[in-house]
Design a protein around this ligand. Structure first.
Ligand code: ZN
Length: 270
């Protein structure tokens, strides 16, 4: 009983100390409190490893940044978005951001924990994305990383495992620790996010693009294009990013908060 009791106390303590928001709210108010018992360093380390492997594979297939113009375009849009991330979390300034384009028909894009971005040429070419729309896609993905949604998912899973351990008294701390590390590895990769995470990534992304001078209305047209494209074969992006009518309604609702930021940014760029 003693070990179980100790574990329960430890789990409660971890919960109390780990409930925080990874970001400041910004104009859109994205500062929901999150359970974060898996360390950020652990997530970022796993992500960096998975990212390096992805790049290696693309490079071997001669599919890494092969279209110079497209790569430059993706990197410039990403640069402008990344420049706005300190509005949500100042530490993102020190992140080792990386942006690469993979030449592949896959209709997908993602940003791993710690700012490791990949855009597949398929999403740009298939959906014929404008700069504003591309900014909406990349901004959405960056926002998942800023909000550390992968880490939150890994933490929730780890906590559930820990709860099971406490009840069964089967696991010592060593085993619980191993579970945390395993789930971190699993979640550093791109698994589907929850609806709540999608909504957050949408509205944070909306603010990032507005502040960077990209028209937030494009976030709506990009989802409409995605829906239209999914009539045939389902793009991979859709499997990790379910499309809902409510998604567009939520974007519309947030529009008045970000349009002034866009107008302001446009004024400065002129
Ligand atoms: Zn998403």
């Amino acid at each position: 009983m003693k070990l179980a009791h100790w574990l329960a106390v430890a789990a409660t303590a971890a919960l109390v100390t780990a409930c925080a928001s990874t970001t400041q709210g910004g104009a859109v108010g994205a500062n929901r409190s999150q359970i974060l018992i898996v360390s950020e360093a652990q997530m970022n380390q796993q992500a960096a490893l998975a990212y390096a492997q992805t790049l290696q594979k693309a490079s071997s297939a001669r599919a890494l940044n092969t279209n110079a113009a497209q790569t430059a375009r993706v990197q410039e849009i990403s640069r402008r978005l990344i420049a706005q991330t300190p509005h949500f979390r100042p530490d993102a300034r020190q992140w080792d951001w990386q942006v690469n384009v993979i030449q592949d028909k896959t209709v997908n894009a993602w940003c791993m924990p710690g700012g490791k971005i990949a855009v597949y040429s398929g999403i740009i070419d298939t959906l014929k994305l404008t700069d504003d729309e591309l900014a909406a896609v990349i901004g959405h993905e960056i926002s998942h990383a800023l909000r550390e949604h992968s880490r939150e998912q890994a933490s929730t899973s780890a906590l559930q495992s820990l709860g099971v351990s406490v009840i069964s008294q089967a696991a010592g701390l060593g085993e619980a620790g191993a579970t945390v590390i395993n789930t971190a590895a699993q979640y550093a990769l791109t698994l589907p996010f929850s609806r709540r995470h999608e909504t957050e990534a949408d509205i944070v992304g909306l603010e990032l693009m507005a502040r960077a001078g990209y028209n937030p209305q494009a976030a709506i047209s990009v989802w409409q294009k995605m829906s239209a494209a999914s009539q045939g074969s389902v793009p991979q992006f859709m499997s990790t990013h379910p499309s809902h009518a409510t998604r567009i309604a939520d974007l519309q609702a947030a529009m008045p908060k970000v349009m002034p930021l866009y107008q302001n940014a446009r004024g400065k760029r002129r």
